[in-house]
Design a protein. Structure first.
Length: 285
């Protein structure tokens, strides 16, 4: 019961990583304010929780909605101990030479401004709370190209820098701020914005589940629970000496190109060595 008596606010809590975190924090004793735009799924989550999870409709692209969420959690329980800024979606898909300004802005508002104001409006309710902690969701996409569309990757890189700046700004209040960079985690994020029939979404989910188990050095698919556990660690007393940090939870997907960890994958260096062997064999003839 690491979070007994604690108040935890989680955005994007109706699905995937946020939902797993809501379940984990309540299992460990917390009261969770679960915020999302998906009212049906959010209310179902709360209904299944015996009162430990309280759902609040909150579109994190609205700073007023974020403020209302934090004010409700703070006023109903006396203060906020943990904030998990997690809500997100894939955002603009176009490359930089084609992206429209409105799509850029919408994606930045959803993935970066939401985190800034999730912090901004939580802080008044976190001051004076021992062990107060904020965890922001970034992504392996912040490492470089290859993991997501451009706008998403830039927003997630912004979350890393925001995390460091906020950690410095909020140290005076004893509030720690950290980030998590999830790798390929098997959730609805890959299919939810696709304009295809539900049946095809189901098939696509199956393909993604299969791909995710073979995409990185750790030979299983990343699960929402993996990220929830990392969040709970950073937010708990066990993480009390950690602030301004980012934790990669990616099964090693960012370790290097596939040939560097998969013996089945032909490596450039292996090919060069084979050439050398061949040359030696030819010379010996
Ligand atoms: P998900 O699609 O399962 O859950 C995202 C939740 O956010 C949904 O419940 C959705 O309704 C909610 N949401 C979307 N827009 C919102 C808004 N404007 N206001 C409030 N709630 C909103 O996706 P998942 O994978 O659990 O994503 C959670 C976070 O993890 C996101 O920030 C995502 O970018 C990040 N992430 C996910 C990775 C993955 O492989 N699944 C990898 C790296 C980062």
């Amino acid at each position: 019961m690491r979070f007994s008596g604690k108040t935890v606010v989680i955005t994007g809590a109706a699905s995937g990583i946020g939902k797993a975190a809501a379940e984990l924090f309540t299992r460990d004793g917390a009261t969770v304010y679960a915020a999302d735009i998906d009212v049906a799924a959010g209310e179902a989550l709360a209904a299944a929780s015996d009162g430990a999870i309280r759902f609040q409709h909150c579109d994190v692209t609205s700073t007023e909605a974020i403020r209302a969420l934090m004010d409700r959690a703070g006023s109903e329980t006396g203060g906020i101990d943990v904030v998990f800024n997690n809500a997100g979606a894939g955002g603009a898909r176009a490359k930089i030479h084609e992206v429209e300004p409105a799509d850029w802005d919408r994606t930045m508002d959803l993935l970066l401004r939401s985190v800034a104001f999730g912090i901004r409006y939580a802080v008044p309710h976190m001051q004076g709370r021992p062990g107060a902690s904020i965890v922001n969701v970034s992504s392996v996409a912040a490492v470089g190209p290859g993991y997501s569309p451009t706008t998403y990757a830039v927003a997630k890189a912004g979350v890393l820098h925001l995390t460091k700046m906020a950690a410095a700004d909020l140290a005076q209040f004893g509030i720690r701020v950290n980030a998590i960079q999830p790798g390929f985690i098997n959730t609805d994020i890959f299919t939810s914005s696709l304009e295809i029939p539900d049946e095809q979404k189901g098939m696509a989910k199956g393909v993604i589940a299969q791909m995710s188990s073979n995409a990185q050095p750790v030979k299983r698919g990343g699960q929402p629970r993996d990220i929830a556990e990392a969040c709970a660690f950073l937010a708990s007393d066990a993480g009390s000496f950690i602030t301004g940090a980012s934790l990669l939870v990616d099964g090693g997907i960012t370790l290097g190109p596939r040939y560097s960890w998969d013996p089945e994958e032909p490596a450039i260096f292996g090919a060069l060595e084979a050439l050398e062997e061949q040359a030696k064999a030819n010379a010996g003839k």
